[in-house]
Design a protein around this ligand. Sequence first.
Ligand code: 3PG
Length: 395
Amino acid sequence: KTLDDLTDIAGKRVLVRVDLNVPVKDGKVTDATRIERVAPTILELSNKGAKVILLAHFGRPKGQPVADQSLLQIVSAVKDVLGKPVAIAQDCIGDQARAAIDAMKDGDILLLENTRFHAGEEKNDPDFTKALAANGDIYVNDAFSAAHRAHASTEGLARLLPAYAGRTMQAELEALEKGLGNPKRPVVAIVGGAKVSTKIDLLMNLVKKVDALVIGGGMANTFLAARGTNVGKSLCEHDLADTAKQIMIEAATAGCAIILPEDGVVAREFKAGADNEVVAIDAIPADAMVLDVGPKSVEVVNAWISRAETLVWNGPLGALEIAPFDAATVAAARHAAARTKEGALISVAGGGDTVAALNHAGVADDFTYVSTAGGAFLEWMEGKPLPGVEVLQQK
Ligand code: 3PG
């Protein structure tokens, strides 16, 4: 059920789970994207006259109040994005929360303090969940990026109150359905990043679902080494050679093409502007490391993007943070964005550094959907059920 099913809510207390786990430096929010994403849901409910009560976590405070993980430092950014006043209560349950909620008028917005200041949140404790539920008539979950957690405010509450998906949750689920659920084929996945070890489940799941899997970043070296290529001093998890081989076998069985780099940009130092050269992938010097995939490989990746109807992307192809080793990621991202703009490609990206990579390439707005979720996006790519989504679908 979505907000379309939620009529007649003037005066109702709506508990809205949002993800305000945003980057903060020196007490200031440095990237408000997650706040911008939940603004439509908050404003829609407020404009319909609901009393909008925001529930969120911030950081990992381990079940007790910690000053530098207080939502007090986020509230002014929330006000700026919404363009409306937002009150804050210094606890998410108990007398402080109750008093603040009793003082609300129709359409008001109130942010309750970090749910993770109570141990019951992460334990999904029934008493804590009941205490949260006592403050609301309706529950709306707009925090896809926290939906992989079976916590009181992301899962438990949906069992106690009438539960609905917010607009961002709705958009996210629709985009993910297009990405891997019921995609237009051919589907190509690009997976990059440093390590295979953090993405084994994801790769195993993807090879069963996509037509081609492009492997880039440091993790490509592990696959190359497993295949017998000498990767010199490159980042490589040699102990995962058997895992990499197993993934390649699974791919062959499922009819998924594995695309590994054909050339690489190598350097002897890991630093911006380091002397570098392009070498064929079977000619990596023993004292050099691959820091980006080479131009020939980019041509191959872009040809796959041109052939694809659907693209799912997670992780950069090279050492994005140090120029010029960002070149392959930027070139492929721009090509995918151009194809998307032509209406020829559905492109869904998310997880970890991916949003930063697309922003760096200046194309995040041109993709069909860019998820702000980190862990939740990866678990979705792994094919795992997300408790916060499952409970909404069961209602
Ligand atoms: C995130 O930042 O990915 C979500 O807010 C979840 O945070 P967590 O990993 O601390 O549960």
